[in-house]
Design a protein around this ligand. Structure first.
Ligand code: PGA
Length: 254
């Protein structure tokens, strides 16, 4: 059986409520943007818009951009993973670099969120990637290996549980002008597989996607690489025609 591919649109905080709704309607109207057995398309709007977008987007899956590590209790501002499931989310992004570096989210918090998300039945899309400094020092592999080991500490996947591992070099995320080479992504993805497979188990319990300034222009280069099962565009996913272009190219390559 061929492994499924993913195109996961991370809308970040680019779209306000009105624009999120407009974008969701445009996606729903475009008959070429439909999940299939071979390609799962996921959209990740901001938390406050999830419920609304859940009612609009039926041909793609829904993901949140973060979740809390508990379902109830004294946790001001946290979002319950169970509640995300009840409004139609199947996926949740965890450990995005913008949360790690803008909000100081630690490896320990990320680990707790992964465990909570899995328990609620969500598929965690866990983000890993080295900083600009780590890359300059030539320690990208070590950096990402350590992130992975901490994130999945004590995580053991049951038969029906899956994880998506997103390799997102921080220095290549839009609006950065630094361009990552496919050779670098290739080498990092090999390291990621070597680190993840003993921890997460066989090939069907996890897959690796690439994120960092993915566009219709460059998506084919990443999908072409061995060990990559999809992409996680951020900025480009908030433009309906660019998002459609990325999906069309990935579909053509499957
Ligand atoms: P980008 O974002 O495509 O805008 O670089 C990707 C991500 O950070 O998830």
């Amino acid at each position: 059986m061929k492994q499924k591919h993913y195109v996961i649109g991370n809308w970040k905080l680019y779209l306000d409520r009105e624009k999120s709704i407009e974008h969701a309607i445009a996606i729903e109207k475009n008959k070429s943007i439909v999940s299939s057995d071979a390609l799962e398309i996921v959209v990740c709007p901001s938390h406050v818009n999830l419920d609304k977008i859940s009612g609009i987007n039926k041909s793609v899956s829904l993901g949140a951009q973060d979740c809390g590590f508990e379902n109830s209790g004294a946790h001001t501002g946290q979002v319950s993973p169970d509640d995300l499931v009840s409004i139609g989310c199947e996926y949740v992004i965890i450990g995005h670099s913008e949360r790690r570096y803008q909000l100081g989210e630690t490896d320990d918090v990320i680990n707790r969120k992964i465990i909570a998300a899995l328990k609620s039945g969500l598929v965690p899309i866990v983000c890993f990637g080295e900083t600009f400094e780590a890359n300059e020092k030539g320690i990208s592999g070590e950096f990402v290996k350590n992130q992975i080991k901490s994130a999945f500490e004590g995580v053991s996947l049951e038969d029906n549980q899956r994880v998506i591992v997103a390799y997102e070099p921080v220095w290549a995320i839009y609006p950065s002008k630094h361009v990552v080479t496919t050779q670098h992504v290739h080498e990092m993805v090999e390291i990621i597989h070597k680190t993840c497979s003993p921890v997460l188990g066989g090939a069907y319990s996890y897959c690796v996607v690439y994120g960092g300034s993915v566009t219709g222009e460059n998506v084919a280069n990443f999908i072409d690489l061995p060990g990559i099962n999809g992409v996680l565009p951020g900025h480009a996913s908030t433009d309906s025609s660019e998002f459609a272009k990325i999906i069309a190219i990935v579909n053509d390559m499957l």
